[in-house]
Design a protein around this ligand. Structure first.
Ligand code: BGC
Length: 708
């Protein structure tokens, strides 16, 4: 009897398991589920999952219960809901998010732990809003301070970008949301972004422009990559044979290559060159009333026709669908995904902390900062009061709240008399007299300067036209400095700006687009609640002419007719090669205004007892000042060869120390740090290697040499 019951129980269990198709059984390995789902799909169903069905979603397989995929920008918060077929906001009332500091700010923390926290919080917000793919992070290199989207990227150095991009992605994906690293690759400007054909050496490509993407794929295991708008080797990067070869064949990327919105131009190339999903191609979508215009996407009806006519193999299609199913199993069809959290105190706290740690103190004469006992403070400038989250292009956010610098200061200094005069405006010039008058009476002037994410002032689609601050801010700062010498300039931007008034002001603070908690983060630093520890993720040159881009060939490119399409193509020669950012300024011996990696603290640090033994560098870092603080110790190297940068960042460590405390730091120098890209690919040359340790690219405490 017992045996019969046992057999019955086994049969029931087996029967139940047998009734659940493998692809729906979340306990089964992903690859088995993918193959099972694929084997059940018709040709039409396969093609249907390859392209958009709305602005930000793609179809599932309704017959099989495979869900749709929902995408969202990215990269600083979860974008507001838009209408099905348009960019217009849908008018929901439950989609106001936490806005996090822009990625240029995150990079300035030089703190990978904060990048992880950032990713985790953002992943939670995306989950709560039922998004499966977050369109970020961006990790294109800051090649020119004019690029309108540098605020969405992580600075000018490949090692810094790689170090920050990896934990961000791991954080997002730990919540069951795919990160979609963008824009792959060479998307270093907004001018002519759809028609620029980049001509770059393999050396610069591999040493400067690709490492952060490679780290995203190989170290973070990113689940999606977005192709860029521009061309490389005369092919658009969303369906570029060489880029896909690098991404999928050489790096082993097993996720989905997504087009940028409107970045797909050619059906055959899209099919054959590895594009997996197509979004945003010019169409009026369902609004056409007649037919579903999404069917006109390159990877929709035209692809289906070619398949039916036998002009392309179903094997290529299956490979794309596999990747999309894998993405689905990793996100929408995963039982491990979190339910998320949205606009909660933990997220606000994280945004505030990241923001405060990103702020870079560039100058602090006479210890004017922190503002500990300030009596009458005059705050000047539109940037002290305006929103910085709801513009700038696709990264614009509908933030639940945004604390302005003025409000942040007021709540941090309840005892101070804080007066505000706008004095400059993005809408036209204002009368300066009230600000000049008020400056006479004030103990201290805090001038909140900068760009503002409007057209040409750090915004998608529009490179900046000038390196100068707009709206006559430079002359206003100089005028105010003549009246009140105790003037602090807080610059808010995602890019280096000209600072001709450097010697006229007492303090300079580089701040960023800091999101919901902007004012609190800034006030934390200005009042000394947080000791500044940000370091510049890019060089601030004296003027643009000092930089590496000196001809139209280099920027914005040289026009020529497009042999295969209506648009003019702009050939752009990256003639500066690997000499981007500080690599260029050091090569040419040009002193920048503020160097890459630079940033002050309210305390002092000392590096001592450094030694190199074999391939291990040790040194002691001591906080010699009188308050707790964090310092970023940076390790640079000089590699042998005729044509190498004087310094290349290889590693860094952020350390927090109480006054008087010290820490012993160890840096290993693996072979990887010795590699350079030569004619035959990655090599390690024999010769003398130099290792430098310091607290910015232009402040080296010790240098060592070893032979290899
Ligand atoms: C941007 C992408 C963005 C996409 C969707 C494009 O214009 O380049 O970064 O994710 O739009 O909004």
């Amino acid at each position: 009897m017992k045996r019969i019951i046992l057999l019955f129980a086994v049969a029931v269990l087996y029967g139940c398991a047998g009734n659940t198709p493998v692809y729906l059984d979340t306990r089964k390995p992903v690859e088995r589920r993918v193959e099972d789902a694929l084997s059940r799909m018709t040709l039409e169903e396969k093609v249907a999952v390859l392209h958009a069905q709305s602005r930000f979603s793609s179809a599932g397989v309704p017959r099989l219960g495979i869900p749709e995929l929902w995408f969202t920008d990215g990269p600083h918060g979860v974008r507001a809901e838009v209408l099905w077929d348009s960019w217009k906001r849908a008018g929901w009332t439950n989609d106001s998010c936490t806005a996090y500091p822009a990625l240029s700010a995150l990079a300035a923390t030089w703190n990978p732990d904060l990048a992880l926290l950032y990713g985790e919080c953002l992943g939670e917000e995306a989950r709560y809003r039922n998004k499966h793919v977050l369109l970020g992070p961006g990790c294109n290199i800051c090649r020119t301070p004019l690029c309108g989207r540098n605020f969405e990227y992580m600075g000018e150095d490949p090692v810094l970008s790689s170090s920050m991009v990896v934990p961000y992605i791991k954080g997002v994906q730990s919540k069951g949301v795919a990160a979609c690293v963008k824009h792959f690759a060479l998307n270093n400007q907004e001018t002519n972004r759809h028609t620029t054909n980049v001509i770059v050496s393999d050396r610069a490509l591999n040493e400067i422009y690709l490492p952060a993407f490679k780290a995203a794929v190989q170290d973070a295991g990113v689940w999606a990559v977005m192709g860029s708008y521009n061309l490389y080797l005369n092919q658009h990067c969303c369906h570029n044979s060489r880029m896909t070869e690098i991404l999928k064949d050489e790096w082993g990327f097993d996720g989905v290559l997504v087009s940028d919105w409107g970045g797909t131009h050619n059906t055959l190339q899209a099919i054959e060159n590895g594009l997996d999903m197509e979004f945003g191609t010019k169409t009026d979508g369902l609004a056409s009333q007649t037919d579903n215009e999404y069917q006109n996407y390159h990877l929709a009806a035209p692809y289906l026709d070619m398949l039916r006519q036998g002009k392309t193999s179903e094997l290529i299609l299956n490979e794309k669908v596999r990747r999309i199913l894998r993405l689905n199993m990793r996100t929408a069809m995963s039982h491990q995904k979190s339910f998320g959290k949205f606009v909660c105190p933990e997220h606000s706290e994280a945004a505030r902390r990241i923001g405060a740690e990103s702020i870079v103190l560039l100058k602090n004469e006479d210890g004017i900062l922190p503002l500990e006992n300030a009596g009458h403070i005059l705050v000047v400038g539109e940037n002290a009061v305006r929103s910085m989250t709801d513009n700038g292009g696709s990264s614009a956010l509908k933030a639940k709240y945004e604390i302005s610098p003025l409000d942040g200061l007021k709540s941090a200094l309840p005892g101070a008399e804080i007066e505000y005069v706008q004095a400059w405006s993005s809408k036209g010039e204002l009368d300066l007299a009230p600000a000049l008058e008020a400056a006479k009476r004030a103990d201290i002037v805090v001038f909140v300067a900068g760009l503002n994410k409007e057209k040409y002032q750090d915004a998608e689609s529009y490179d900046r036209k000038s390196f100068d601050l707009p709206y006559s801010q430079n002359s206003l700062i100089s005028s105010l400095a003549k009246i009140n010498s105790k003037i602090i300039v807080v610059n808010i931007s995602g890019n280096p700006v000209a600072m001709p008034w450097e010697n006229e002001v007492k303090a300079i603070v580089q701040s960023w687009y800091l999101g919901s908690e902007a004012g609190n983060s800034l006030a934390d630093v200005l009042t000394g609640k947080v000791n500044p520890s940000g370091k510049l993720p890019f060089t601030i040159p004296v003027c643009l002419e000092d930089g590496p881009l000196s001809s139209a060939e280099q920027y914005p490119g040289i026009p020529r007719e497009n042999p295969v399409g209506p648009d003019t193509i702009w050939d752009e020669y990256y003639k500066e090669d690997i000499y981007v950012g500080y690599r260029w300024y050091e090569k040419t011996g040009t002193k920048p205004r503020f160097a890459f990696g630079y940033g002050l603290s309210y305390t002092d640090f000392n590096i001592s007892d450094a030694r190199l033994k074999g391939r291990t560098l040790t040194c002691r870092l001591t906080n010699t000042g009188d308050r707790e603080g964090s310092e970023v110790i940076q390790l640079y190297m000089t590699l042998p060869g005729n044509d190498r940068p004087l310094k290349e960042l290889k590693d860094f460590r952020k350390v927090t120390l109480a006054p008087g405390d010290s820490a012993l730091l160890n840096f290993e120098i693996p072979d990887e740090y010795l590699m350079q890209y030569g004619e035959t690919g990655w090599t390690i040359l024999q010769g003398d290697y130099f290792v430098h340790i310091g607290n910015s690219s232009d402040n080296i405490s010790y240098s060592f040499t070893f032979k290899n």
